[in-house]
Design a protein around this ligand. Structure first.
Ligand SMILES: Cc1cc2nc3c(=O)[nH]c(=O)nc-3n(C[C@H](O)[C@H](O)[C@H](O)COP(=O)(O)OP(=O)(O)OC[C@H]3O[C@@H](n4cnc5c(N)ncnc54)[C@H](O)[C@@H]3O)c2cc1C
Length: 401
């Protein structure tokens, strides 16, 4: 359908991707009807502070709101909050209140749901929503011990937060080295050091058998682990249950072309954590659960539906704030075959802070990771984007030394 024929855009998922899609539609001149359907009662809010400032208590809940309530009137969007989409057919979406909304374009921004362990008791926490964060914060307020299953970014940030409160922290990780799949063993080792140097206990290669009646964790090696608070932070599953009857393949997230059109589904688009956009560099659909990726995809889809100019391609980016420093990664680490230290000596046993590492495929830069070195890392962004050679990278390192 041509942009000028689109008269109603329906965005499913009132989070970061949903809101940014609405804003991009308007900023690209779309002046038709927009509806925003969100399962939560809250207006769109930001998730990174849920494991950082909100959990620490330095921010109140109202500070995570992405926009003030009156901004939605200014955007001319009708929000259906506390309402879940339950089905899609070309041109229409069914809602859990029995209503059906007809639309010329539907954008899916339903994010992920926190993965749980089998038979996980309700007393065990997960962290994905504002309500999850407030519940965990209240529990930590009176806790002296915390067990975290999963040393991913959310687990590490909560561990960092709890250590700041003086709580005794144990982190259980299935892999031999945390983050090994995302960053490789050496960089994962730096993340592990941050955890351990904070005084947290890190147990790797740990299998979980389940829970006993008291809610204690039963480990595969026969151990039983108890704590005042337990958090399971083992990633998320794309929230696509509501599309299960639609005939669309949802096994790998919503597979899209390189501009966010869902494969084989007319008038359907997807952005954010739920979407597996075609990645020309990797040569496959790729799902990224990162803030910047969501914002960029929403900008692109809003522009495409409104008939605006597509934004310029960017370099993937994520950050995590933990143990007093910012961990950052620009680029695609997946094809890397080797790495070189560009600054700092964390990989040689020195302080992790200040370490910047280049990830290379043969002699081409594919990603740069930094630990407490934000200004330096940013300087490599363009080199990652252009696929710089090792010579160019070393030249930059010498300039910044
Ligand atoms: C605790 C935490 C910390 C994070 N920290 C960082 C960080 O430091 N750096 C970084 O790069 N990224 C971070 N992220 C990731 C980042 O927040 C996400 O990438 C981003 O929120 C994804 O936006 P989204 O719109 O795809 O999904 P979401 O923001 O999750 O929004 C999806 C919305 O859709 C709603 N929904 C689901 N199903 C339905 C349905 N059937 N009908 C209607 N609505 C539905 C959900 O209720 C939800 O409100 C963090 C995430 C979390 C949870």
């Amino acid at each position: 359908m041509q942009a000028e024929q689109v008269r109603h855009v329906l965005v499913v998922g009132a989070g970061l991707g949903g809101l940014r899609t609405v804003e991009a539609l308007r900023s690209n001149g779309y002046d038709g009807r927009i509806s925003l359907v969100g399962a939560e009662e809250h207006l769109p809010y930001d998730r990174p502070p849920l494991s950082k400032q909100l959990l620490a208590g330095t921010w109140d809940a109202d500070r995570v709101a992405l926009r003030a309530a009156d901004a939605y009137d200014d955007l001319g969007v009708r929000a259906y909050l506390g309402t879940r989409a339950t089905g899609w057919q070309p041109g229409r979406v069914e809602l859990d209140d029995g209503a059906t909304l007809h639309a010329d374009a539907v954008v899916v921004a339903t994010g992920v749901v926190a993965r749980r362990l089998p038979d996980q008791p309700d007393t065990v926490h997960t962290l994905r929503t504002l309500d999850d964060s407030l519940a965990l914060r209240a529990a930590l307020d009176t806790a002296s011990s915390l067990t975290i299953v999963g040393a991913g970014f959310v687990g590490a940030e909560v561990a960092s937060n709890a250590r700041d409160r003086g709580i005794d922290v144990t982190v259980l990780e299935a892999l031999p080295v945390p983050f090994a799949r995302a960053l490789g063993e050496d960089l994962g080792g730096l993340c592990a050091r941050l955890l351990v140097e904070s005084g947290a206990r890190l147990r790797t290669g740990v299998g979980i058998d389940g829970f006993d009646d008291s809610g204690a964790l039963l480990l595969a090696d026969g151990d039983r682990v108890t704590a005042d608070v337990t958090l399971v932070g083992i990633g998320g599953e794309p929230r696509l249950d509501w599309l299960s009857g639609s005939g669309i393949d949802v096994t790998r997230g919503l597979v899209c072309d390189a501009s966010g059109r869902v494969d084989g589904a007319d008038g359907l688009w997807a952005v954010g954590d739920v979407a597996a956009w075609w990645d020309d560099v990797l040569g496959r659909p790729t799902r990224r659960e990162h803030w910047t990726n969501t914002v960029e995809q929403a900008a692109a889809v809003g522009a495409a539906i409104a008939g605006g100019e597509p934004p310029a391609p960017t370099v993937p980016y994520f950050w995590s704030d933990q143990f007093g420093l910012k961990v950052q990664l620009f680029g695609r680490p997946e094809p890397a075959t080797r790495h070189v230290t560009l600054h700092g000596d964390g990989l040689d046993g020195g302080p992790v802070k200040g370490t910047v590492v280049g990830l290379l495929r043969d002699d081409t830069l594919v990603a740069v990771a930094g630990f407490g070195a934000a200004r330096r890392v940013a300087r490599y962004r363009a080199l990652v984007g252009s696929g710089a050679t090792i010579g160019e990278v070393e030249e930059m390192a010498a300039t910044l030394a």
